[in-house]
Design a protein around this ligand. Structure first.
Ligand SMILES: Cc1cc2nc3c(=O)[nH]c(=O)nc-3n(C[C@H](O)[C@H](O)[C@H](O)COP(=O)(O)OP(=O)(O)OC[C@H]3O[C@@H](n4cnc5c(N)ncnc54)[C@H](O)[C@@H]3O)c2cc1C
Length: 174
């Protein structure tokens, strides 16, 4: 019987492990649950998109849900957040577009990334709204169009070198 591998998180690590696994095992059932609306996008391209070097946000999308199904036979569920893991029963609870569902796994891969901690700083206040200079850690939080057409592109750069016991913030005016 083929094993059922469930991957939580479908961007850099999740999509990579899914396609790699398919190449290693043609018979496995591979399922991805991704909380956001996109999978397999280029986080590393976000600065170029925000800076206008990449004009179309769609150019950051590497694989679509349909591509994953057709090219790799991988079952992808977007807008689906895993809310509980029962390791004893090898069962997941997922909050998806149709409500709460459960799923079973033989093997589970966690690729849920990380969320940045935005520190308050006496040097400068980081905007918390979706302004052009707000933190932009994911594709969904990026502006819908490139900022090349936006006149209010920020003119300062903040490099925050956070550490466990200390932090240092450098502000450079453009
Ligand atoms: C702006 C930017 C630039 C970067 N540039 C570089 C670079 O040049 N070089 C480099 O090596 N790295 C770069 N990185 C880092 C790189 O993108 C990350 O290391 C990589 O994306 C981490 O992959 P991941 O799969 O662990 O997490 P992510 O790619 O963040 O994916 C995690 C996914 O898990 C989903 N998720 C979380 N919890 C759940 C849940 N409960 N249920 C379902 N889904 C869930 C999230 O929605 C998210 O989409 C950059 C990152 C950013 C933000």
């Amino acid at each position: 019987m083929s094993k059922r591998v469930v991957i939580i998180g479908g961007v850099a690590g999740g999509a990579s492990v899914a396609t790699r696994l398919r190449r290693l095992d043609e018979s496995a059932e591979i399922v991805i649950y991704e909380a956001g609306p996109y999978i397999s996008f280029a986080n590393c391209g976000l600065p170029y998109y925000v800076g206008g070097k990449i004009s179309e946000r769609d150019n950051l999308l590497v694989e679509s849900v349909d591509d994953m199904q057709q090219d790799f036979n991988i079952d992808v569920h977007v807008n689906s957040t895993v809310t509980a893991i029962d390791a004893d029963q090898q069962q997941l609870t997922i909050q998806g577009p149709t409500g709460s569902i459960t799923d079973h796994y033989d093997e589970l891969v966690l690729s849920i990334g990380a969320t940045p901690v935005v520190q308050s700083s006496p040097v400068c206040q980081m905007p918390t709204t979706s302004s052009p200079s707000a933190p932009c850690p994911t594709l969904t939080k990026s502006p819908p169009t490139s900022t090349t057409t936006t006149p209010s592109v920020p003119r300062s750069l903040v490099v925050d070198l956070s550490g466990l016991k200390w932090w240092k913030t450098c502000v450079a005016e453009a």
